[in-house]
Ligand binder design. Structure first.
Ligand code: HEM
Length: 520
């Protein structure tokens, strides 16, 4: 009886006036759900806040951030259950549960959840990042790892070096004046990825592309009732469908033109130019996506359509831009708040490189403390704070039932700050990584997973780390940095904002002065 009372109250407060037939369908579905639930003889759902009938915990939507979920985990534990409409959600906030999901049962937990908007904007998951785990994803991943992100593809790494040079020159032009470090580094990573993807160093078209990306980013996070209560899809109160069609059409016309130019370039045998990611992907071009898992030769085993190529390029743009920019900005901000660590890392640069020349790639391996700074930054501020996975089958985690199709959020941010795994977790202490027994981020220590772990872990890790280390090394070696307007280090804001990534809420502004004795 209680159920009917709760149901009645929930419907009265529900913002939409539903027609009677719809009410009957909903009631029937809820009753069917209850019957099935009673009949299910498995472990209980993980603990979590009690939800309302039908809408479940949808009234807690704004708490689904890394910080909100970490707070809930303190109350309910490292495996937490929420229900958003018809969708089960499980948040994982400790290392052991993360190991269960990312290693022990990764064959079940390696699918990716996608909203209706994401499915549409990725051409029905024609990319790698949102493709479900399976033969198609495996081939896409092989292409990306071998052909796009590998150390052998010198062009991607060259664009990092060239664009880091450009940012050093831009900072030099502003010596003695406040510099918006956040904006500078976002431009840096955007230029690196744009150039690695399309080969063009010119600004032409970049602004248009960035506004398409921003629109996509907004739509990726847009609330859509149909994601949680599928049969309400027809409501579309925000007119989302029209906006999605417009956004994808904008991307189509932008990248179709670029693909066409690349095909023409190839046809004219103009092959002596540097190749970019579009060129690499066009080597697999065909009119239909095709997989042939019997062949070991990548070129014989997969054909990509234009939609696949467009969707992969978007993965690279999303995966490689804000993540790296957020890492560089947080590293600089934490060092500005911690003058002793800043002095120590700059002293290391002076000792290893010397003040008569700029940092070179070969120096990076010897910059032990700089690497500790990067690790400590990624522990406290993992650029992707929540790893989003989905279950392919019913599963059990730490004795709790996780049904098929659940959205699983692994809270890398909370795990990196877990006081059971880290001493003084809220303090920025790069020197903790000098201890050889401290967890590392290569994927085997589940206390520290800024790049994820297992099958869906980040394929761009090497390129991302290289950019992060090189940019921070150059900014700290070439310049001395001060805070503007007599601001004290302790006054620096450390709040973040939640989206696909978790960048600083306010951009870091600092004043550079020249440090090196040689011309920059
Ligand atoms: C500091 C830099 C970076 C960090 C911290 C980072 C972190 C991550 C994380 C946490 C994931 C999800 C792992 C999971 O779901 O378990 C991921 C996936 C991914 N990353 Fe990165 N990333 C970085 C740089 C890059 C770069 C530079 C690229 C490309 C140029 C890239 C491309 C991707 C792609 C395509 C995926 C999806 C992989 C899949 O679903 O199979 N990332 N990254």
């Amino acid at each position: 009886m209680d159920v009917f009372l709760e149901l009645k109250t929930a419907l009265e407060t529900f913002p939409f006036q539903l027609p009677l037939t719809l009410l009957l369908i909903i009631t029937g579905t809820v009753l069917l759900g209850l019957v099935l639930r009673i009949g299910r003889k498995t472990a209980p759902y993980p603990p979590g806040p009690k939800g309302l009938p039908i809408i479940g915990n949808m009234n807690m939507m704004e708490q689904l951030t890394h910080r909100g979920l970490a707070k809930l985990a303190k109350q309910y534990g490292g495996v937490l259950h929420l229900r958003m409409g018809f969708l089960h959600m499980v948040a994982i906030s400790n290392a052991e549960a993360a190991r269960q999901v990312l290693q022990v049962q990764d064959n079940i937990f390696s699918n990716r959840p996608a909203t209706i908007a994401i499915s549409y904007l990725t051409y029905d998951r024609a990319d790698m990042a949102f493709a479900h785990y399976g033969p198609f994803w495996r081939q896409m991943r092989k292409i990306c790892v071998i052909k796009l992100f590998s150390r052998k593809r010198a062009e991607s790494w060259n664009s990092v070096r060239d664009e880091v040079d450009t940012i050093v020159r831009s900072v030099e032009a502003s010596l003695g004046n406040p510099v918006n470090v956040g904006e500078f580094v976002f431009n840096l990573t955007k230029n690196i990825i744009y150039r690695a993807a399309f080969g063009s160093t010119s600004q032409e078209g970049q602004d248009e592309f960035i506004s398409i990306l921003q629109e996509f980013s907004k739509l990726f996070g847009a609330f859509n009732i149909a994601d949680f209560v599928p049969f309400l899809g027809w409501l579309d109160p925000q007119g989302l469908h029209k906006t999605l069609v417009k956004a994808r059409a904008a991307l189509d016309s932008f990248i179709d033109k670029i693909i066409h130019e690349h095909i023409e370039k190839k046809r004219n045998f103009n092959c002596d130019q540097e190749t970019d990611m579009v060129d690499e992907l066009l080597n697999f071009y065909g009119h239909h996506t095709k997989l042939n898992n019997d062949s070991d030769d990548l070129h014989n085993s997969v054909r990509l359509t234009k939609d696949n190529i467009k969707a992969i390029i978007m993965d690279v743009m999303f995966g490689g831009t804000e993540t790296v920019a957020s890492g560089i900005e947080w590293a600089m901000a934490e060092l500005m708040r911690s003058p002793d660590d800043l002095r120590r890392v700059q002293q290391e640069l002076a000792d290893v490189v010397g003040l008569e020349r700029r940092v070179e790639e070969a120096d990076l391996e010897k910059l032990t403390f700089l690497k500790c700074v990067v690790k400590e930054t990624l522990r406290m501020h993992p650029p992707i704070p929540l790893l989003l996975h989905e279950t392919a089958e019913d599963a059990s985690v730490c004795g709790y039932f996780v049904p098929k199709g659940s959205r699983v959020m692994i809270n890398a941010w909370a795990i990196g700050r877990d006081k059971d795994a880290w001493e003084d977790p809220e303090a920025f202490k790069p020197s903790r990584f000098l201890n050889p027994h401290v967890p590392d981020f290569k994927g085997n220590n589940f206390e520290f997973i800024p790049f994820g772990s297992g099958r869906r872990s980040c394929p761009g890790m090497q390129l991302g780390l290289y950019t992060l280390e090189l940019a921070v090394a150059h900014l700290l070696h070439c310049f001395t940095w001060g805070l503007p307007d007599g601001m004290k280090p302790s006054e620096l804001d450390t709040s973040d904002v939640f989206g696909l990534t978790a960048p600083r809420a306010s951009r870091l502004v600092a004043v550079p002065s020249k440090r090196l004795l040689c011309p920059l």
